[in-house]
Write a protein that binds this ligand. Structure first.
Ligand SMILES: [Zn+2]
Length: 157
């Protein structure tokens, strides 16, 4: 399943990418571009714009309308309507910034990109082949997990 997210929902796009879903997002998308790309690529539109949602449905496109809310609520409503899995998979995650699939790198490889203190403290690292950013499961990971757990509870599965 692939997605295209409207310009108001950049944080949702980053989460979907982290969960491994191919997700297009740009601050500059116009509605007509979103509709055209969704039709061409068979992408599900995620939007908080009721007008865009209605136009998408009228054209027979898959679309999910979400009310702005906290992230676990938004992820839960996307999961209820599309069946996405709310589990982080280390081998299937994407760059939150550019949507490329991340490569798992070893701690030894990571040490040439991250400060020694980070290298000493963490064990899982990824690198984006497109923008070169390096990611690791840092302190924010607990928050990410609790948001996912809470979203799963709201979905009820
Ligand atoms: Zn990247």
């Amino acid at each position: 399943m692939r997605f295209i997210v409207d310009s108001m929902l950049g944080d949702v796009a980053r989460w979907l990418r982290m969960l491994g879903y191919d997700t297009l997002y740009s601050k500059n998308y116009e509605d007509w571009e979103i509709l055209r790309i969704a039709a061409k690529d068979d992408r599900v539109i995620i939007t908080r714009d009721l007008g865009l949602f209605r136009r998408a449905r009228k054209r027979g496109l898959k679309a999910v309308y979400i009310e702005p809310s906290d992230m676990s609520d938004m992820l839960a409503s996307i999961a209820k309507r599309t069946g996405i899995e709310l589990n982080f998979k280390p081998n299937r995650t994407r760059c939150p910034y550019c949507n490329a699939e991340l490569e798992v790198i070893t701690k030894a490889e990571a040490l040439s990109f991250v400060p020694p203190s980070v290298g000493a403290k963490y064990d899982m690292f990824w690198r984006c082949p497109k923008c070169g950013k390096v990611f690791w499961q840092g302190n924010h990971w607990r928050t990410i997990n609790s948001i996912l757990e809470s979203a799963k509870m709201k979905v009820g599965r």
